[in-house]
Design a protein around this ligand. Structure first.
Ligand SMILES: Cc1cc2nc3c(=O)[nH]c(=O)nc-3n(C[C@H](O)[C@H](O)[C@H](O)COP(=O)(O)OP(=O)(O)OC[C@H]3O[C@@H](n4cnc5c(N)ncnc54)[C@H](O)[C@@H]3O)c2cc1C
Length: 317
């Protein structure tokens, strides 16, 4: 079936047995059976339609900053989203649209140049693309990317159609969007609804966030960012940590630290001594060691605090 896909799209630079793990920001994992970078939205939709109609597994990926590639070769097709167009729709109304392959940092910069984007400052230092940010409703502190979205353009191969979905139907929540419920859908782009901003002030704020990240987060090592989601508060946590009694969620990084796992290392995979929510690759770390460390964290937190934090990252399976 891979051959018929290649025959149907002879101009695409396909690569077989492609080492995708090396492209992920955590720099580990294996290969995918067929890979191609795609910078044209129409081609992306047609390839997805072909795969869907022929029951060929596929995945659209962006910056690979929230994706873990297992060692076992992914037998489907990976489409690396390189679409990068934008359009200022209406400056007065603060409406601006971007394709989903646009890098988030470049997107925020572009908005500032149009004197738009109050509140987007913290997203300037976030790796990855718009598509990936919408997929998990990327967040910084209490700010969610979904709060700035006017609509998302989506390709739905089951109906061979492109639709615009507004936030009321996007199921945005902490670490969640409707796209996690519909793995066949492709995020093509989004229109933002933004407030005016003073670009100089906004860039200064963005620099402050970056400085904060550099101090608190292990940005010098390969990682996928914060590995686990925060956990809903419960009676055991309230009794143990009354300082968080009023909080809806408790930081998983804090709990990992309390459980004594900060800095814990398996091979070249380590829970960062700098930020216990990050798992870092110290160099040639393996997927097997990563999975063992993830299980250790989950088992320890279940035993100690009766919580089992879901991953914030996604797996290519
Ligand atoms: C150092 C570091 C710091 C980070 N800090 C933060 C942070 O503060 N807040 C935060 O929320 N995240 C953070 N992250 C995680 C990550 O950067 C974000 O989640 C980012 O938005 C992921 O985008 P991506 O393009 O890299 O997605 P990818 O990793 O490429 O993909 C993630 C998932 O989205 C799906 N996907 C991607 N594009 C599309 C598309 N067009 N259509 C359909 N599905 C798609 C993929 O199939 C995959 O399942 C951090 C990561 C790192 C490495």
């Amino acid at each position: 079936m891979h051959q018929s896909l290649r025959t149907a799209f002879p101009d695409i630079p396909w690569q077989e047995h492609f080492p995708l793990g090396a492209l992920s920001t955590i720099r580990l994992g294996g290969h995918v059976a067929l890979y191609a970078p795609i910078d044209d939205e129409d081609v992306l939709c047609r390839v997805v339609q072909f795969c869907f109609s022929h029951n060929l597994p596929y995945r659209v990926v962006g910056g690979l900053s929230n994706l873990i590639v297992p060692d076992k070769t992914y037998s489907g097709v990976v489409l690396h989203n390189k679409t990068a167009r934008h359009q200022l729709i209406n400056a007065q109304k603060g409406l601006i649209s971007f394709s989903s392959g646009y890098s988030l940092a470049a997107l925020v910069n572009r908005c500032f140049r149009y004197h738009l984007g109050e509140g987007l400052e913290s997203f300037m230092s976030l790796p990855g693309t718009l598509g990936g940010a919408i997929f998990n409703n990327a967040h910084f502190g209490s700010s969610l990317i979904g709060d700035f979205i006017h609509s998302v353009r989506v390709y739905q191969p089951a109906d061979s159609q492109t639709v615009d979905l507004t936030p009321s139907s996007l199921n945005f929540a902490y670490e969640h969007s409707i796209f996690q419920e519909h793995p066949d859908w492709v995020i093509l782009g989004a229109t933002f609804q933004l407030s005016p901003v003073d670009p100089a002030l906004a860039k200064k704020k963005a620099q402050e966030v970056l400085a904060w990240r550099q101090e608190k987060q292990p940005l010098n090592f390969p990682s996928a960012g914060s590995f686990f989601q925060n956990v809903p508060n419960n009676d055991i946590l309230r009794a143990r940590f009354p300082q968080f009694a009023d909080q809806k969620y408790v930081s998983t990084a804090f709990l990992i630290d309390q459980a004594g796992l900060r800095g814990h290392r398996l091979g070249n995979i380590q829970i960062s001594p700098q930020h216990a929510g990050f798992i870092v690759n110290l160099g040639s770390g393996t997927y097997a060691d990563l999975m063992s460390l993830v299980h250790l964290v989950k088992n320890t937190l279940t035993r100690e605090f009766s919580v089992s934090p879901p991953e914030e990252v996604f797996y290519l399976i």
